[in-house]
Design a protein around this ligand. Sequence first.
Ligand code: SF4
Length: 267
Amino acid sequence: MVYSYTQISQYLRCPRSYRYRYLDGWREKETRAARAFGRCFENALGAYFRDEDCGAALFKEWGVYRDASSEYKKGETWDRLLHQGIHLLQRFVQDDRVRVHNPQANLQMKILRSLTGGSEFVAYLDAIGEIDGARCLIDWKTTASRYPEGPDGLLSLDPQLICYSWISGISEVALVVFVRKHAPEIQYLRASISEEQRQEFGRLVGTTVNQIEEGHFSSHSGIRFPQNGCVSCPHLGLCLNNEQLVAANLIRKAGASELDWLDELVD
Ligand code: SF4
């Protein structure tokens, strides 16, 4: 088996949901425009680092979705997202705070790590580069609202960044957050991940993989007002035996696939 951060975090959120998705093959229908836009935007960033026209790249990538029946949040349209994206790219170029040398090698880097028992763990790092001259691994995010910046050190608790630090051995990490709002904003958030955190994450991966391979898939609904994880879970229809919800949110493919780790690419 090849595991990824997406799989481990889904199991930790709710083992039942993991089983539905990765063993039974119930996949969420991907119709959210913002998610597709995020992927297009990241490809446009790649074009920028390769010295290509990043605005043209965004227009071309996002153009594929122009007539698609995607779900837009209130106030969002295809045009609006495009304009926000172009403004964010312009701001990013003006800021000139991020460097990625040798983009062929240092963007979308695939890293594999062997786990005890013969399985592997795969991660795709968005970039390894420099922010304000400091070398770090970088994760791009596009979002409609700002990420919290405090209290101090908050970002060092981000499990995805800890995962990437564990698999790459790089302690300096950063999120570059592209905030899609009326006045576009980019947050450059940096943190350090300690060796102790990396080792702890490695142990977490080991125990989680053991649980999966031993077949423990009990539900963990996490229902607690006001945060109810089931409400946003794509598998809610299966748990409630509600065919309408299943048909609206899910599509069933053949069960476990060796390519399930590809989810990591769109996370
Ligand atoms: S609806 Fe709740 S209990 Fe069911 S799979 Fe999703 S998170 Fe788990």
